[in-house]
Design a protein around this ligand. Structure first.
Ligand code: ATP
Ligand code: MG
Length: 250
């Protein structure tokens, strides 16, 4: 099967820091990859380069065969890649519904929006309300995100990702700040609503979420991929345990 995403030799430096040092990684269509590694190992930098927020210094990123390295974020979003951020980036002054609408339109061109007919607007409203209903948030459509719990905010963020109709989803620490019970809940929500039919990379420090969602895990250390393979084998790899878990069992 042809890879959905093929990263080769990806390198990104920040002054004297090499955040990514020649990373190779490929993902099959529909595959779910867990990306782990110590703080500062380059995980978010990889997402920043994949989503176009930073240009790489070297290397290629092929999405369905096209090299998208260095494309602008909006162009990459239009090509079917969406990401979440380590820190929630909801639009606090907008309602939940408007948050979703903004996400759909971040992937659309101004021209498409200008020509949106009344029927298209109605269709869009019903699709977005269905999406809110999927997460049980339809009654709060007109509320601001500030009124939501942490899990609901993450759900809204996931709904925002899905509103952009992505083929590749990049999740950066979706369980950040959550209790074990909340982590289990968001993990079930991701399994049910995000994974089906999409290629997904999940960054997370919380191993229960990674092992629940990902059969394959890759590990970054100081910008270098030090392991990549079946989840159990990677977590049992002495090099990984040494570098990431300080040789604690995980
Ligand atoms: N915009 C930036 N400017 C300067 N240095 C940066 C920038 N972004 C990342 N870095 C550096 O690149 C390295 C990798 O950072 P990155 O945020 O990718 O790590 P991470 O694996 O996501 O860590 P964490 O688990 O803490 O989120 C770090 O040394 C970081 O300080
Ligand atoms: Mg990070």
């Amino acid at each position: 099967m042809a890879a959905a995403l093929e990263i080769s030799g990806l390198t990104r430096r920040f002054g004297g820091v090499t955040a990514l040092a020649g990373v190779d990684l490929s993902l099959l269509p529909g595959e779910v990859l867990g990306l782990i590694g110590p703080n500062g190992s380059g995980k978010t930098s990889l997402f920043n380069v994949l989503s176009g927020h930073y240009a790489p210094d070297a290397g290629a990123v092929r999405l369905d065969g096209r090299d998208i390295a260095g494309w602008a974020p909006r162009r990459i979003a239009r090509a079917g890649v969406t990401r979440s951020f380590q820190n929630l980036r909801l639009l606090k002054r907008l309602s939940l519904y408007e948050n979703l609408r903004a996400a759909t339109h971040s992937a659309a061109s101004g021209r498409e929006l200008f020509w949106q007919s009344r029927a298209a607007k109605r269709r869009e409203r019903s699709q977005l309300m269905d999406l809110l209903a999927l997460f049980g948030l339809e009654d709060k459509a007109d509320d601001a995100p500030g009124a939501l719990t942490l899990v609901e905010m993450r759900q809204l963020e996931i709904a925002r990702l899905l509103a952009a109709r992505p083929r590749l989803v990049l999740l950066d620490e979706p369980a950040a700040g959550m209790t074990p019970a909340e982590t289990a809940r968001i993990s079930r929500i991701i399994a049910e609503h995000v994974l089906p039919g999409r290629s997904v990379i999940v960054i997370e420090h919380k191993m229960p979420l990674i092992t629940a969602l990902c059969r394959r895990i890759a590990v970054l250390q100081a910008g270098v991929k030090i392991a990549d393979g079946p989840a159990r084998a990677v977590l049992d790899d002495p090099l990984v345990r040494q570098s990431y878990f300080g040789s604690r069992p995980c």
